[in-house]
Design a protein around this ligand. Structure first.
Ligand code: PLP
Length: 694
């Protein structure tokens, strides 16, 4: 498999000066880009336009693309061929009575990621004639889902791919699940006696646990357990490198890092093991500079420092055999191939090459046997395999109708605003924009002091939106948008209500502003005419997504298609009313599906039950020669299940409603028929999905 991508090994050609703060330089380019897209909209919209707009070839390659029907397609085996129409797949899953939101897991993608990682290291080892092997592990914390971990073990078997545990429960998973001879179980995290003894005893089951000392106190526990059980453990040390990390997880390394030992502490560990007579147990050096390392130079620096420490430990008499480079192998969420936090300026092959080359050089210099290389790549293995599909329930938009005509006898403020509205042109729109804002503010003061009636205020708001719409039309055709008018796009943006909880399904988007590619999975041969943010089902104002991937920096609005009104009268939009009086909710729509990609690492497991929206449905798909098959379906939480998490008992709840209904019946406040309906609805809700169905 040739993985050499278009990224240059010599990263000087890669733009690596991108930063979070907008410089005027990047700004300019943004505008050119937007204008470029704008001028293309005048021609008829093509799927190539959608590819460019959503950047799918950047972040999706080789798994996701768009077919001629304007649907997203998935090629789960990457370059090896075979593909699925994602839209049709969703439709057919829905027909099996599995509702949205839904996670679709592609086992073949997981397999391909594991193959790729191992192939890259094999290639690097061959290229540099490195005299040892690679033996990776999957960090269970990335996605502890049982089917997924089992698949990692299965697909990893040919490469003796192991597991990394960061806690006691994860250790229990690793010991029970990993049945590959010689595959490593790296035991990280805080440890107590029970953790250490369990790990050591796993040796008796033929496993290969390596206990990584993260705190000085753990050495004594290891020595004691070793004596008590008469088992010689394999021990590692986690070092706090002085190499600076980068991005969100930069604090994982350095003197103040939470985990790991500084150099004096490592020397102390060596001495303790030596006096206990088990210095030959110390065989592994581990470090972890943080997740999503976007810059290859940080990785190189870390490897260089760690290689020296490895060599020194060997010279101190430890029986060094493994160098574990931790996680950090990044994902290109925005497809920009830069060192932006949502991207990376290197590919997997560059990563493997640099590790192999640096370690080899350091060892050769001191005549030390090169170590078995271990990486704990989680994000890079688990992200692509999972696609989250959700539907749009409704939309809230700035009203589109013509504003009212204002007569000479009406309130002066209305006349002023009307005049502003009528006079808007290419020459004065900037001034008109500020006038409209000012008149609106004045009218609200007038209203608050009782000088303006509510019907007059309604007219003010209609005129105000009318002004903005006119200005927006002018801006659509203009070459450039003045800085002070940039807010306008945001003010005029639609809010798409999505059948999802951000807290449950994309927690990092809420907690740390992480970006994930989000796009429609159909209608991609049609122009997306709306600009929108996404609002979720929770009643929390943080429950929204208003940052989206872009070529440079981020964009605050996502291009989406106008919802198509259906003529099916049975359908209704569950969202009736918006809080904002200036907006209105359109009603009955054809299904519109969006997908969030690359969320297979961390998102599922860190999600929470805010508003008691539970786990979503999960379907495992595997390609077959004739198409695909659904391997597993894991139904999402029912209301009974989420209520149980917070210690409500569903029988008790039903009983309470039954008693209250009985009381109301006695008092003739409810009819028998109503009481039956109430109980039926109550009970059927308890056993159903926590999300909306339509
Ligand atoms: C989180 C973590 C990993 C996984 O990092 P990725 O960047 O997801 O590959 C590996 N090792 C340790 C010690 C971790 O804490």
């Amino acid at each position: 498999m040739d993985l050499q991508s278009t990224i240059n090994q010599n990263s000087s050609e890669t733009p690596n000066h991108r930063s979070l703060t907008n410089t005027s330089q990047t700004h300019k380019t943004d505008e050119t880009e937007i204008n470029h897209i704008k001028s293309e909209q005048k021609k008829s919209w093509t799927i190539e336009d959608s590819e460019k707009l959503y950047r799918i070839l950047g972040w999706g390659n080789p798994y996701f693309s768009i077919n001629s029907a304007g649907h997203v397609t998935v090629s789960p085996k990457g370059d090896l061929g075979g593909s699925l129409d994602l839209y049709e797949l969703v439709e057919s899953i829905k027909q099996r009575n599995i509702g949205l939101p839904l996670i679709i897991r592609f086992s073949d993608i997981l397999e391909d990621r594991i193959e790729r990682l191992n192939a890259c290291f094999s290639k690097a080892i061959a290229r540099y004639k490195y005299k040892n092997i690679y033996r990776g592990v999957f960090p269970v914390k990335c996605n502890q889902n049982s089917q997924l971990v089992k698949e990692v073990v299965k697909f990893g078997k040919p490469h003796k791919f192991g597991l990394e545990a960061g806690s006691k429960p994860e250790l229990l998973i690793a010991i029970a699940t990993l049945n590959t001879t010689d595959a490593l179980i790296i035991c990280n995290g805080y440890k107590d006696r029970e953790y250490i003894e369990t790990a050591m005893l796993a040796q008796r089951l033929g496993k290969t646990p390596i206990i990584v000392i993260e705190q000085v106190e753990e050495v004594q526990l290891v020595i004691e357990a070793s004596r008590k059980l008469n088992i010689k453990p394999v021990v590692g040390v986690r070092v706090k490198l002085s190499t600076k990390g980068i991005g969100r997880w930069a604090g994982t390394t350095g003197d103040r890092a939470k985990f790991g030992l500084n150099i004096p502490e490592i020397i102390q560990v060596v001495n303790q093991l030596k006096s206990a007579g088990i210095l030959d147990s110390l065989q592994l050096l581990h470090f972890h500079v943080g997740s999503q390392i976007s810059s290859i130079s940080v990785i190189k620096d870390a490897i260089r420092e760690a290689s020296q420490i490895y060599v020194e430990l060997a010279q101190l008499g430890a029986n060094m055999k493994y160098l574990d480079v931790g996680g950090g192998l990044a994902i290109d969420y925005d497809g920009s191939k830069t060192n932006f936090y949502a991207s990376k300026n290197y590919d997997m092959q560059n990563y493997a090459n640099d590790i192999v080359a640096e370690v080899k050089e350091a060892c050769e210099e001191k005549n030390i046997l090169p170590p078995i290389l271990v990486s704990e790549s989680g994000r890079a293995v688990a992200s692509h395999q999972s696609v989250l599909i959700f539907d749009v329930l409704g939309v809230s938009q700035v009203p589109k109708e013509e504003p009212p005509v204002i007569g000479k006898d009406e309130h002066l403020i209305l006349q002023n605003l009307y005049e502003t509205y009528q006079s808007i042109s290419k020459n004065n729109y900037q001034e008109a924009y500020h006038d409209a804002i000012q008149f609106k503010e004045e009218s609200i003061s007038l209203f608050n002091f009782g000088y303006l009636s509510i019907t007059e205020r309604a007219k003010v708001e209609q005129l105000y939106w009318g002004c903005f719409r006119k200005i927006q039309e002018i801006l659509k055709d203009s070459e450039y948008v003045p800085d002070d008018l940039e807010e306008l796009e945001k003010i005029m943006a639609s809010i798409y209500y999505i059948n999802l909880s951000v807290f449950q399904s994309a927690p990092d988007s809420w907690a740390i502003n992480q970006l994930f590619p989000i796009m429609p999975i159909h209608q991609l041969d049609e122009e997306p005419t709306e600009r929108a943010i996404l609002a979720d089902l929770t009643c929390d104002s943080d429950g929204k997504i208003e940052q989206f991937i872009d070529l440079r920096d981020v964009k605050s609005l996502l291009e989406l298609h106008a919802l198509k009104v259906t003529n099916k009268s049975s359908q209704y939009s569950p969202i009736q009313k918006s809080e904002n009086s200036a907006t209105e909710i359109t009603s009955v729509f054809e299904p519109y599906y969006l997908a969030m990609f690359l969320g297979g690492a961390y998102q599922e497991i860190m999600g929470n039950l805010h508003n008691l929206f539970g786990d979503v449905n999960v379907v495992h798909i595997k390609l077959t020669p004739s198409g695909y098959k659904i391997e597993h379906v894991v139904k999402g939480d029912t209301m009974t299940e989420v209520l149980n998490y917070v210690q409500y008992n569903s029988d008790g709840l039903v009983e309470s409603i039954r008693c209250q209904t009985e009381q109301a019946l006695q008092e003739e406040k409810i009819t028998l028929k109503e009481s039956r309906m109430l109980l039926q609805n109550y009970e059927s809700s308890l056993s159903s999905y926590t999300y909306l169905s339509n």
